[in-house]
Design a protein around this ligand. Structure first.
Ligand SMILES: NC(=O)c1ccc[n+]([C@@H]2O[C@H](COP(=O)([O-])OP(=O)(O)OC[C@H]3O[C@@H](n4cnc5c(N)ncnc54)[C@H](OP(=O)(O)O)[C@@H]3O)[C@@H](O)[C@H]2O)c1
Length: 333
């Protein structure tokens, strides 16, 4: 019987319980995948706590997680184009990322259509560490704001999983990158991956620090922190700037008075969702192929902050909420 991390109620990391699970054969259109590396994401914390966008009570017990890599073990009826024994990864299984979870398990069934085939040049750990974070960075760059050579951009939580990938991608495009970070160690990690200017935003006023570096303001702000950074970021942009709020690690930002956009250089603001932008099969293929190539070429290095045995998911959650590590955290079954 496979093991999984399940929750029977919402709460702190202590509600994560390593238990036996029932796993029926895959249904029509499904495959069974045996996980080799599982991603820990902020949305897992949100689901565990019972917050985020979740409308009603969860149907407990719930297995957390919605991103992993592994090996296809069994095919359900009607699945023909997926080889048994093939390596694959997935990020979400259709619908919002935080619904239909089940990745914190040794194995699971999921729709064959949700799989990304993995090329030999990408390891299972790289895939688990980068599919959501890399495709989110891709969404920001390809869909929201692509820096031009010479632009200066500001990336909040620059040493986060998405942040480190955004730094490298922006540098590749020729931008100057300013990043906020929570500690000197994170600043070092981010600098090693190309960050030009690190701001310790828990110690100094980041608006003043940004204006010192870029007196006219930055072309764009990429913000995965939300409540603690969003409103002040409006004061960091240049005329016709762009503010992309892609995440809320510190909570949801306050509602925005649209007039502020006119008062701040005709600023644009967007709040994109991965599940909207990377959804149709052609986009999934195009953007994942681009990501694999950028990793293979060494343009994007995938930073793994720490690996934990699956049974120690609670510690991984404590570390994620404690902002301890730069890069992605993985659970290894
Ligand atoms: N829009 C989408 O579709 C989409 C897709 C993927 C991820 N996201 C969201 O984007 C955000 C970043 O994702 P990620 O995978 O890069 O996250 P991550 O690696 O877990 O990093 C989050 C970072 O946010 C910073 N932070 C600031 N305030 C915090 C607080 N109160 N609690 C915890 N961390 C705080 C910390 O960095 P410092 O210590 O340096 O401050 C932390 O390391 C998350 O909110 C995630 O849910 C959204």
């Amino acid at each position: 019987m496979p093991k999984a991390i399940r929750i029977h109620r919402n709460g702190g990391p202590e509600v994560l319980s390593f238990e036996d699970m029932q796993l029926p054969p895959p249904g029509a259109g499904e495959v069974r995948i045996r996980h080799t590396a599982i991603a820990v994401n902020y949305s897992d914390v949100n689901v565990r706590q019972g917050g985020f966008y979740i409308a009603g009570p969860l149907d407990f017990p719930v297995i957390l997680g919605n991103e992993a890599a592994g090996v296809v073990e069994q095919l359900g009826a009607g699945v023909e184009d997926v080889p048994v024994g093939g390596r694959a990864a997935y990020v979400g299984v259709g619908g919002p990322f935080y619904e239909n979870t089940g990745a914190y398990a040794e194995a699971r069934n999921l729709p064959a259509s949700s799989l990304f085939k993995l090329p030999g040049k990408i390891s299972d750990e790289q895939a688990a560490a980068m599919m959501l974070k890399g495709l989110t960075a891709s969404m920001v760059i390809n869909r929201n704001f692509r820096p031009a050579a010479g632009d200066t951009v500001l990336i909040h939580a620059a040493a986060s999983g998405v942040g480190l990938l955004l730094i490298q991608w922006c540098k590749h495009l020729g931008a100057t990158v300013i990043g906020t970070v929570g500690s000197a160690e994170k600043a070092d990690t981010a600098r090693n991956l190309g960050l030009d200017h690190a701001i310790l935003y828990r110690e100094v006023d980041f608006v003043a620090a940004v204006r010192d570096i870029a007196p006219d303001g930055v072309a764009a702000v990429f913000d995965g922190v939300g409540r603690d950074t969003f409103a002040k970021s409006i004061h960091c942009t240049r005329r016709y700037g762009m503010l992309v709020n892609y995440g809320n690690a510190s909570g949801h930002p306050e509602p925005l008075d649209l007039l502020l956009l006119a008062k701040h250089g005709s600023l644009s603001v967007t709040r994109p969702a991965f599940s909207d932008h990377i959804r149709d099969p052609a986009d999934r293929k195009r953007y994942s192929d681009e990501l694999y190539d950028l990793v293979d070429q060494g343009v994007l290095k995938v930073e793994i902050g720490k690996r934990y045995p699956l049974s120690e998911a609670a510690q991984a959650h404590r570390d994620l909420e404690g902002r301890r590590y730069a890069g992605s955290l993985l659970l290894i079954p």
